[in-house]
Design a protein around this ligand. Structure first.
Ligand code: 5RP
Length: 260
């Protein structure tokens, strides 16, 4: 260990560190998936270990469940928790309305179910995730394996009449085989460049037979915490209409988590 985080990891860490300040004793927390969310799980684990914070965590993937158990967080299923106080997750893109594209890590289905079953969703991000228009990041769509080629063709046909700049769709691969989600499904990534009407796109996609869910999160996210490499954080709350700035100490981050 060098004792120094890269600029991007520092940004992710400080966003995560600020976001866990929203967590209170006794809360049921939805835990997202991805490299930014992993920092949040580590920060929560630190609070459980060092400050005796009592929380129950609902992970959105097997990866997150493993990490959460490793850092000492009590893990339960969504069926056991039923409803959550707060979900903290990463994102692939967010816009000014806090609409998101998620699913780069392939966990969008559980992520959307868990976030929707929460009183509040906080997204943690580095500045590269903020966009004027959603769509530069390929939009993930989870489809069932049965007839996936037909489903993909139906999606492509639908895209012709949508307000988008690109219309190609690709099956996500894992080496030579199709990528398989935790739910046993495949992902079709839509290369749209710019999505003119994300709300309409989400509704129309979910009408296609074979589509389980898409990676557009509309009216789900309440707060975005953006971290910067110099330790600054911005907390944008869409409901309150507020933007707050803060500074997070990140000097010991690498050493703190060296054993995880
Ligand atoms: C996983 C996700 C992730 O939150 C998203 O891909 C961001 O990942 P990272 O924090 O590694 O950039 O939606 O399905």
């Amino acid at each position: 260990m060098t004792g120094e985080l890269s600029p991007i990891d520092t940004a992710k860490f400080v966003a995560a560190k600020r976001a866990v300040e929203f967590v209170e004793d006794g809360m049921r927390i939805g835990m997202g998936t991805g490299s930014t969310a992993a920092w949040m799980v580590k920060c929560l684990g630190e609070l459980v270990r060092d400050e005796g914070l009592k929380i129950t965590g609902v992970p959105t993937s097997t990866r997150t469940a493993e990490l959460a158990r490793q850092v000492g967080i009590k893990v339960v299923s969504l069926d056991e928790a039923r409803w959550l106080d707060l979900t903290i997750d990463g994102t692939d893109e967010f816009d000014a309305d806090l609409c998101l594209i998620k699913g780069g890590g392939g966990a969008l289905l559980q992520e959307k179910i868990v976030a929707t079953a929460s009183d509040q969703m906080i997204v943690i991000a580095d500045p590269s995730k903020q966009v004027e228009h959603l769509g530069a990041f390929p939009l993930p769509v989870e489809v069932i394996p049965f007839g996936w080629q037909t489903t993909k063709a139906l999606i492509e046909e639908m895209l012709v009449s949508m307000d988008v700049l690109g219309q190609s769709a690709t099956l996500r691969m894992n080496g030579d085989a199709a990528f398989v989600t935790d739910e046993g499904n495949h992902i079709v990534d839509l290369h749209l460049t710019r999505i003119g009407n994300p709300r309409q796109m989400s509704l129309v996609l979910n009408q296609v037979p074979g589509v389980v869910e898409n990676g557009l999160f509309i009216d789900i996210c309440d707060v975005v915490v953006t971290g910067y490499a110099d330790g600054r954080v911005e907390v944008l709350d869409i409901n309150e209409g507020t933007l707050e700035e803060d500074q997070i100490n990140f000097a010991d981050a690498e050493n703190m988590f060296a054993d995880i």
